[in-house]
Ligand binder design. Structure first.
Ligand code: NDP
Ligand code: 8X3
Length: 254
């Protein structure tokens, strides 16, 4: 490997946007640290992306000790990533708040908020050590700004991601580290099947008749952000499919 090959550390690389980012960065010649909870998918991806150096680690971002262990045991040449792509995340449930499973709410907070800040905090010294050109790219969502029925904790967790990204940027920009909240809209992935607890038909119905974003569309934006000149920081980038529109206010009448 060439000494200057940049490294991207990706959480949730086993599916959807994370996997597409792995592919896009590999095609652009980046080395990769790929993490997620499903070992067999990491193995398959590593085999498929054999054209670049790839290090894989089974990692549940909600397990603080495991994150520490993965960071501490990054082998050369992966010890000093240029990019942290905080992608691992999920929504669970789409019913009204008063019927929601509290375990689902806690799981979203543990993953989308606590997992993201854990990985960020533990990897941050290495990004700072990398300095100019480094980036933290946090996958937020349009749900951070747009309330909708059943959005409850999911949207709120993505609002956290947005504000955390801005505050983080305040602290690390002097070290040359850029921070971006990359906020996609409707993207066709396993996201909806996970949200609907494995109900594939419900997921298919959600995407039916739409021309939703593909994970590769979001990955192209992530790669663009990562490869900008070191003095350029995209603070927030929102990307939606053309078919996704706002709704007017809903007025409840007596
Ligand atoms: P997928 O369900 O296809 O992928 C989610 C990824 O997150 C998987 O690789 C999964 O890996 C990983 N993941 C989930 N929980 C954990 C955990 N505890 N520890 C480590 N990895 C975890 O969905 P998307 O690709 O669509 O979602 C990726 C990100 O994009 C999420 O943050 C999501 O909120 C966001 N997003 C998605 C949109 C969409 O419409 N699809 C729109 C806007 C934002 P594994 O199960 O192997 O651990
Ligand atoms: C996922 C997008 O609109 O389903 O973050 O909440 S949405």
């Amino acid at each position: 490997m060439h000494e200057t090959t940049p490294i991207a550390f990706i959480t949730g690389a086993t599916s959807g946007i994370g996997r597409a980012c792995a592919e896009a960065f590999a095609n652009a010649g980046w080395g990769l640290v790929l993490t997620g909870r499903r070992q067999e998918r990491l193995d398959a991806l590593q085999q498929r992306l054999a054209q670049v150096p790839v290090h894989t680690a089974v990692l549940d971002v909600t397990d603080r000790d495991a994150v520490q262990q993965v960071v501490d045991s990054l082998p050369p040449p992966f010890e000093r990533p240029r990019v942290l792509l905080n992608n691992a995340g999920l929504a669970l449930g789409k019913g009204p708040s008063q019927e929601a499973d509290l375990n689902d709410w806690h799981a979203m907070i543990e993953t989308n908020i606590k997992g993201l800040v854990t990985v960020t905090r533990l990897l941050l010294p290495r990004l700072v050590a990398h300095g100019a050109g480094a980036s933290v790219i946090n996958i937020g969502s349009i749900a951070a700004h747009t309330p909708y029925p059943g959005g409850h904790v999911y949207g709120a967790s993505k609002a956290f991601v947005e504000q955390f990204s801005y505050n983080l940027r305040c602290d690390v920009s002097a070290a040359g580290v850029r921070v971006t909240d990359l906020a996609p809209g409707m993207t066709m992935s396993e996201f909806t099947e996970v949200r609907m607890k494995g109900d594939r038909d419900a997921a298919d119905r959600y995407y039916a008749g739409t021309h939703a974003l593909q994970p590769a569309d979001v990955a192209a934006q992530a790669l663009h952000i990562a490869e900008l000149p070191p003095h350029v920081n995209i603070t927030r980038l929102e990307v939606t499919p053309l078919c996704q529109q706002w709704s007017p206010f809903t007025i409840l009448r007596e």
